[in-house]
Design a protein around this ligand. Structure first.
Ligand code: TLP
Length: 345
């Protein structure tokens, strides 16, 4: 199977499995797991933040971060196409009583600064209080679009003017850094908190990191415990995370090259609409318009031929490149798509 559904399907590398087997562990709720502590120090250092916290998933990382910044009835401004708004089960509202205020995402993953500013609530007895702005980099549903350090900094300045905090869903922040050729610190220096995932392109089996100030992380640790995320001898997982962070970042460039290769091939196929120039990282989203097949039927046919992709919504289909997917796999997938489309024409 050539599995392009997500970079979450990556399997741990042999080096990760060895590190997991050999990991020195302790009770992390007591702060005594040496491997977790090492991962947290490493993550904080990589992000240029004071402290970091290991969490079970990206969803938990965003939830814990938002619940740390906001109290019940507070409002968070976030993109209407953001992962937190669309795909995190409404957890911030259900579990934290935090009111989401979605602002339109532009196709490049940003929210217009004037739209953000217009959504900030003035003091009024009728209104919830705006506390937080959330950004997403890279932007999943906007096709892996990359937010620049300049844009992030403009949003942070706006937030500061109104006394708000900024949280960054940086599930794929290293993809953004590699695509822009900048140190990841540049992309997160202006935000108050950042979550990034070890278990996507970096291939660890489980886990994400939340990074921020010492004070923020100490409160986030309490909230993590509250949502049931206080884990015990979790160094067995953190060990893989250390390999992810130290060995798997630079190779993301291959995923980006493969994504571009896929996009260029797709652009040649009948009934498929995509601008390969817009594919900057490892996510490829294209429109599928075929007189005889729906996107669902197309992905079903591809599955029978050994290629997995995800129909997302409307006519859009998503393919994600990752560790384990080679340039030959991309060529093979394109040949299969050509055959399936040819058979239907
Ligand atoms: N995204 C997954 C699915 O949930 C859609 C994927 O396959 O892309 N932020 C962003 C930007 C994400 O893309 C994801 C996962 C998360 C947060 C949540 O991470 P997990 O799956 O670890 O909870």
């Amino acid at each position: 199977m050539i599995d392009l559904r997500s970079d979450t399907v990556t399997l741990p590398t042999p080096e990760m499995r060895k590190a997991m087997y050999e990991a020195e562990v302790g009770d992390d709720v007591f702060g005594e797991d040496p491997t977790v502590n090492r991962l947290q120090e490493l993550a904080a250092e990589r992000m240029g933040k004071e402290a970091a916290l290991f969490v079970a998933s990206g969803t938990m990382g965003n939830l814990v971060s938002i619940l740390t910044h906001c109290g019940r009835g507070d409002e968070v401004i976030l993109g209407d196409w953001s992962h937190t708004f669309l795909y995190e089960v409404g957890g911030i509202a259900a579990l934290g009583g935090v009111h989401p205020r979605p602002v339109r995402n532009q196709p490049d993953g940003t929210m217009a600064l004037e739209d953000i500013e217009a959504a900030i609530r003035p003091e009024n007895i009728h209104f919830p209080r705006t506390r937080l702005i959330c950004l997403e980099n890279t932007h999943n549903r906007c096709g892996g679009a990359v937010l620049t350090p300049e844009y992030t900094s403009q949003v942070a300045q706006l937030a500061r003017r109104y006394g708000l905090k900024v949280h960054l869903d940086g599930a794929r922040i290293f993809n953004a850094a590699i695509a822009l050729g900048v140190d990841v610190k540049e992309l997160v220096k202006d935000v108050d908190s950042v979550m990034f995932c070890l278990s996507k392109g970096l291939s660890a089996p489980v886990g994400s990191m939340v990074c921020g100030s010492k004070e923020f992380i100490s409160e986030a640790r309490r909230i993590r415990k509250m949502v049931g995320g206080g884990m015990r001898q979790v160094g067995v997982l953190a060990a893989a995370g250390i390999v992810a962070l130290t060995k798997m970042v630079d190779r993301l460039v291959e995923d980006h090259e493969n994504a571009r290769r896929l996009a260029e091939g797709l652009a040649e196929l009948p009934g498929i609409k995509i601008d390969p120039e817009k594919v900057k990282t490892n996510i490829v989203i294209f429109e599928f318009n075929h007189p005889k097949m729906t996107p669902q039927e197309f992905t079903e046919r591809l599955k029978e031929e050994g290629v997995l992709m995800l129909p997302i919504e409307g006519k859009r289909i998503r393919a994600v490149t990752h560790y384990g997917i080679t340039a030959e796999d991309i060529d093979k997938a394109l040949a299969i798509m050509r055959r399936v489309l040819g058979a239907m024409s």
